[in-house]
Design a protein around this ligand. Structure first.
Ligand SMILES: [Zn+2]
Length: 283
């Protein structure tokens, strides 16, 4: 699952790509378990978005389990307990902001790993797994900015973006194989039509994941700011974070977190507008 990390630059939240064999698909379709696209559109209570969700949370979490185990086995984690405590504290406070919003279960257990590499990146994976790289903690100037990163990742969890992406990817595989998916006729799928067409069936089968859509990013940004606000962090620092990302990308290799989060300046502007509209701050 090397492609995990490219995911959102956040490992898309670890999009576990499901590769269904042709046989499994045909069997599934015959059994009526693999083709319920239309009936599987649900409205996410936190975001209000209609989503195609073909897999239960537990199912998606178990799909991600081995990718998470591999990642932890292959990537060193920090031994600096001060840094680790900082990340854990900011995580705990920020995720509590999501608890206050009623968006996550207060009793959920989270596995938070702080990886000891220069990557400017963070990600979430289904099953309450959070990965943060030392590199992104060093880019942030304060805990408020780190909270902005973690709040954004929590937003991807609440938005069920991994399950949606996985569902859309699976649906497209089924459709490509069965030759009967009407991408253009489905709101859900038409959003991804270009990506699906660009990737093609073969790429899908080799586990290429879809990038987070612009809608997912926007949702995650907004929820992240809500959680920061609930947690008592300075929400204006979320704007500053994207300005830093922008500055950091000039001249050298862009930070990974940015590679799938294009146009940081525009993003900063959208965050500013949202913060003003919500009355969290005037900026
Ligand atoms: Zn994101």
């Amino acid at each position: 699952m090397a492609d995990l990390v490219e995911f959102d630059g956040e490992a898309l939240v670890g999009a576990p790509t499901v590769r269904l064999s042709r046989r499994a698909l045909i069997t599934g379709m015959a059994a009526g378990t693999v083709f319920p696209f239309i009936s599987s559109c649900t409205t996410n209570p936190a975001t209000g978005s209609n989503q195609l969700i073909l897999f239960g949370d537990a199912e998606v979490a178990s799909m991600a389990a081995s990718a998470w185990t591999d990642m932890k086995a292959q990537t060193p984690t920090v031994s600096n307990s001060r840094l680790k405590n900082r990340v854990l504290n900011v995580w705990s406070r920020t995720s509590n902001g999501a608890v206050k919003a009623g968006h996550i279960d207060p009793n959920a257990n989270w596995d938070v790993a702080v990886f000891d590499t220069d990557d400017v990146n963070a990600f979430v994976m289904p099953g309450n797994r959070v990965g943060v790289y030392r590199g992104i903690t060093e880019l942030t100037e304060n805990d408020d900015q780190l909270s902005s990163v973690l709040g954004h990742e929590t937003g991807h969890v609440v938005g069920r973006h991994a399950a949606e992406r996985l569902s859309v990817s699976t649906a497209s595989q089924v459709g490509l194989m069965a030759g009967q998916i009407a991408i253009a006729q489905s709101d859900q799928l038409s959003r991804y039509g270009n990506e699906i067409a660009a990737l093609g069936g073969a790429a899908m089968q080799f586990g290429v994941v879809l990038p987070y859509s612009r809608r997912h990013e926007l949702e995650a940004d907004r929820l992240g700011v809500d959680y920061m606000h609930n947690a008592g962090y300075d929400v204006t620092q979320s704007v500053r974070l994207w300005e830093l990302m922008d500055a950091n990308s000039k001249g050298q290799r862009p930070p990974e977190f940015m590679s799938t989060h294009p146009d940081p300046a525009r993003r900063a502007q959208q965050l500013r507008t949202y913060i003003n509209a919500k009355g969290y701050a005037l900026m």
